[in-house]
Design a protein around this ligand. Structure first.
Ligand code: GDP
Ligand code: CA
Length: 341
């Protein structure tokens, strides 16, 4: 497959990727392997962030950073590989809250982040420092330095995100979401610039409701994404998630759990959507929403498969941006997308 235009190739393509935790980190890890590091900015959800044991915990930022640093635990999808649990054991024996699992190395990072924040650094500054220490070359940005908290409306009441997600294991039936503080939050320094300067915005295969919607709710972000070529990757494969409650959320909200529903959720943003080959039969219906479709293997269970999918996503997108979208008909888009099937 050749790239789109001579001017824009994979080696020069600037990407801004919007990411939550597991699915976001997997594709971000792939993009980091196939792009020039200075051309990749990962903008990460902080709606999951909370204070626990007096510490500031940023689950999605940490999953992305641990993944890019090669330190992530591949089995759990959160935390660090080879971490130990002595602090948590002591805390638990003393009657402290142990429902949120924090390994010893992980705790060290939360201690230092909390110390720096209390000393007056912003979350972006702390994140930049950690990325440098971990040798991460891509730019990782929190969506905002201001507090934005995801709340889940459910049949068990309105729940703080981690209460719903971890303590109650996503069991309550959801009816909606609320991003407290979003309307007054500023995008973190560099966020709007990264999107505006991107040749391509990638919506990672993250939970649309509670990973990417909070980012898009930060004032200015959605409008900035709308002005750039944008492609997404479906987190729903064969109606199910690989991990997490996204499929259950679609169903509980009265929507079909499918890649088509995800495409429709982002219809105002996407010029192209990458779905799993399992869902190939949905290609026509997704194309009818006005976007090109690429059906391929989207399961990123090894570093090689992450890089492979990242390359597919970029090349599919370059083929689309190679032509001015105003002159490209839906039929032409589908034809160019079909090359990737
Ligand atoms: P969280 O913040 O940890 O919940 O993670 P995200 O919101 O970033 O990602 C959760 C989504 O990632 C789930 O809906 C999964 O189906 C999806 N996901 C995880 N691994 C993969 C993968 O290898 N391929 C695809 N297509 N989706 C994945
Ligand atoms: Ca998350």
């Amino acid at each position: 497959m050749t790239s789109g235009t001579p001017e824009l190739s994979r080696s020069s393509c600037k990407v801004a990727a919007l990411a939550g935790g597991v699915g976001g980190a997997r594709l971000a890890g792939g993009l980091a392997q196939v792009l020039q590091p200075e051309n990749l900015t990962v903008i990460v959800n902080t709606g999951d962030d909370f204070e626990h044991l007096g510490l500031k915990i940023c689950p999605d930022l940490d999953t992305v950073c641990y993944t890019l640093a090669g330190l992530a635990n591949p089995v759990t999808g959160w935390g660090r590989s080879g971490d130990t649990w002595q602090a948590l054991e002591t805390l638990s024996r003393l009657g402290g809250p142990s429902w949120f699992r924090l390994g010893d190395h992980d705790l060290g990072l939360h201690l230092e982040r909390t110390r720096r924040l209390r000393a007056g650094e912003t979350l972006s500054q702390v994140t930049r420092h950690f990325c440098q220490s971990f040798g991460i070359q891509a730019q990782v940005l929190p969506m905002s330095d201001d507090l934005v908290a995801t709340w889940v409306h459910s049949d068990a009441g309105t729940l703080a995100f981690q209460d719903y997600f971890v303590r109650r294991k996503c069991q309550p039936r959801v009816s909606g979401f609320f991003f407290e503080g979003a309307e007054n939050a500023q995008p973190a320094p560099g966020v709007l610039e990264a999107v505006a300067g991107a040749d391509l915005v990638v919506l990672c295969p993250s939970n649309p409701w509670v990973s990417l919607d909070p980012i898009l709710a930060v004032p200015g972000v959605r409008a900035a994404v709308q002005r750039r070529p944008c492609v997404g990757v479906s987190p729903i494969i064969g109606g199910k998630t690989i991990k997490g409650p996204a499929a259950k959320m679609f169903t509980e909200l009265g929507l079909e759990s499918s890649a088509l529903s995800v495409a429709s959720h982002y219809q105002d943003l996407l010029m192209g959507f990458v779905i799993d080959q399992t869902d190939q039969a949905l290609s026509g219906a997704i194309a009818a929403l006005g976007m090109a479709v690429c059906a391929t293997d989207t399961i990123m269970n090894t570093p090689q498969k992450r890089a492979w999918l990242a390359k597919e996503v970029i090349e599919f997108s370059l083929a689309l941006v190679g032509k001015p979208s105003s002159t490209q008909t839906a039929e032409e888009e589908n034809r160019s997308a079909a090359k990737h099937r």
